[in-house]
Design a protein. Sequence first.
Length: 318
Amino acid sequence: MTVKIVKRYCDYCKKSYTPTIETRNFCTHECFIKSTKKREINICPWCNKPFEARICDSQKFCSISHKAFYYSYKKYGFEIVKEEASVITWCRKLGYIIGIIATDGTLHKNRHLIKISSNDFDLLMEIRDIICDLITGRKLKIVSNKKINENGKTFINYTYSFTSELFYNFCLNIGLTHNKSLTLGHLQIPKIYFSDFLRGTIDGDGNYNTLKRYSKNGEKNYIYIRIFTGSRAFVEWINAMCLEYLNVCGVIVQERLQKFVLIWGRGHDVDKILSYIYSNCDTYLERKWLQLQISRPFLNDNYKFICNNDNPIKCNKE
């Protein structure tokens, strides 16, 4: 019986040798030690840019995030529209996105990952387009999950996740934090974009409601705005900014442990806020906007809202 001798070439010195172990890649231990210091230039399969890597590591990608992008693209597929942004610049749409993230978003603790959850699929589609245009340059898949609420009813929840180290650090710098539900507080929002941020906050964890009251003059309907959160400091800051910018003040109510509600109920205050956040806006949750159109006539007989190019405008009643 003849024994077949297998010869290999050392990964470092390129000399032939007979391995004693099948997985051995170096002829001597000295070659192995030297290889840990020797580096080579590889091309990343994702970004097609050269990077330096140690020979012994067999590193194929320039970063862990690019490795995740590559295999996620092969498994799920997503559309690459343009290059990722190198600078984050404030604009009205970004202010709205920050409001959504402050309420319905999550910053992952150990990765540069941001998740946004909502029951409204159309809203997440619009958010995905904005994030693609301003930040990532790519459109990822929106994932749907079935969940059960406190009343035992089943509903579909949608989640959009994306990674961007630049935007992740931007969110941390303006005041967003990990596990922000109970720790969220003051955010560094420019005054010019606070209206868009407030609209995003209401679209995320707020609503418009009508309340019926009966008096000697008959039945009356009142509209009020509510924002729900687990952080009292967050709604206190929003209330303080509205008092400073609009001269309106709401009431903060604690419904139960770690659940606070900021409420604006006076007709004059609600009127000011609605005029402020919907003035010349192009990004909003259509479902709540239509809800507002039904409730809006109850606010004040002296004003009405008309729709001009899908933008609400306050005008005197004729």
